[in-house]
Design a protein around this ligand. Structure first.
Ligand code: NAP
Length: 267
């Protein structure tokens, strides 16, 4: 740990894009880091650069999070290193094309990374942070969690999973002193577009540094859900209220009348 450390943040997908920007901004804020991704050389170069620039301690843990054995090394470090008090659950991928066009193996890999690995790491952090009564879990979801009409439904589904997980985890962990934040970026300028072979209109692309600065500002404000591009958060609050207003009516003993189901009266 560095001398004036603000604790150590484990950032997944730190070799590029949003994860690398988080690593830089967190180092600037005085956090020590544990950087995870597959590309060892890129992680090592970033670690050396951040250590030199900000004087924080930066460790790397190269791992493919879709491979159980490699993921287990990250989970073990998260569970066993008492200095880690923040998880930026960021590593993720997209695929080209619609559900019909995309390869099934690619879809499986995406679900393994975006859902399975993210859920396991969030679960692991939840246990470790709850045990010490402090810590922060940041889950990188996407605005597509709210807009499934706009993209491949398996990708947006993985992001909706992370949004639900975040809302539920926050309820469970807040009383135990642990914070949860779900970040919903819109289109952001990173390698994900080239990697997935997807075109994106320039006029909606946010610069990655701006996106991460907004996400960290949302974290500082105590937000559970941060949507960097949304101009007026009251619109999202109205959406949440409308959703929550449905809750009392979603379970019932009888089917709704409109389905015309004949129900024999009970004696
Ligand atoms: N960019 C956007 O427009 C946007 C919008 C909404 C949400 N998001 C979400 O933001 C997160 C970061 O995306 P990004 O745009 O920064 O993507 P990116 O530039 O493609 O970076 C992805 C990062 O994840 C790592 N990664 C990929 N597969 C991995 C694996 N199997 N195991 C471990 N690490 C892996 C990559 O490093 P290695 O190749 O070295 O492993 C890289 O560091 C993702 O969850 C994405 O869904 C992005």
């Amino acid at each position: 740990m560095s001398k004036n450390s603000k604790g150590r943040a484990l950032v997944t997908g730190a070799s590029a894009g949003i994860g690398a920007a988080y690593a830089q901004r967190l180092a600037e804020r005085g956090h020590d880091l544990l950087l995870v991704a597959r590309d060892r050389a890129r992680l090592a170069a970033l670690a050396a650069c951040l250590q030199a620039e900000y004087g924080v301690d930066v460790d790397i843990l190269p791992a493919d999070l879709t491979v159980a054995k490699e993921r287990a090394r990250v989970e073990a470090r998260l569970a066993g290193d008492a200095g880690i008090d923040m998880l930026v659950n960021n590593a993720g991928m997209a695929v080209k094309g619609s559900l019909v066009e995309a390869g099934l193996d690619q879809l499986e890999q995406m679900i393994t990374l975006n859902v399975l690995a993210s859920a396991r790491l969030a679960g692991c952090a939840a246990k470790a942070f709850a045990a010490k009564g402090r810590g922060t879990i940041v889950n990188l979801t996407s605005i597509l969690a709210l807009a499934p009409e706009q993209f491949n439904g398996v990708y947006s589904g993985t992001k909706a999973f992370l949004l639900n997980l975040s809302i539920s985890l926050q309820q469970e962990l807040a009383p135990l002193g642990v914070r949860v934040q779900a970040v919903l970026p819109g289109a952001t300028r990173t390698e994900i577009w080239d990697r997935s072979g997807t075109d994106v209109p320039e006029d909606i692309l946010m610069e990655v540094g701006h996106m991460v600065d907004a996400a960290l500002a949302g974290l500082d404000l105590g937000e559970l859900i941060t949507i960097p591009a949304l101009p007026d958060m009251r619109d999202f609050e109205a959406y949440t209220r409308a959703r929550q207003n449905l809750a009392p009516f979603l379970s019932g003993r009888l089917p709704a009348e409109r389905y015309g189901v004949q129900v024999e009266s009970t004696p």
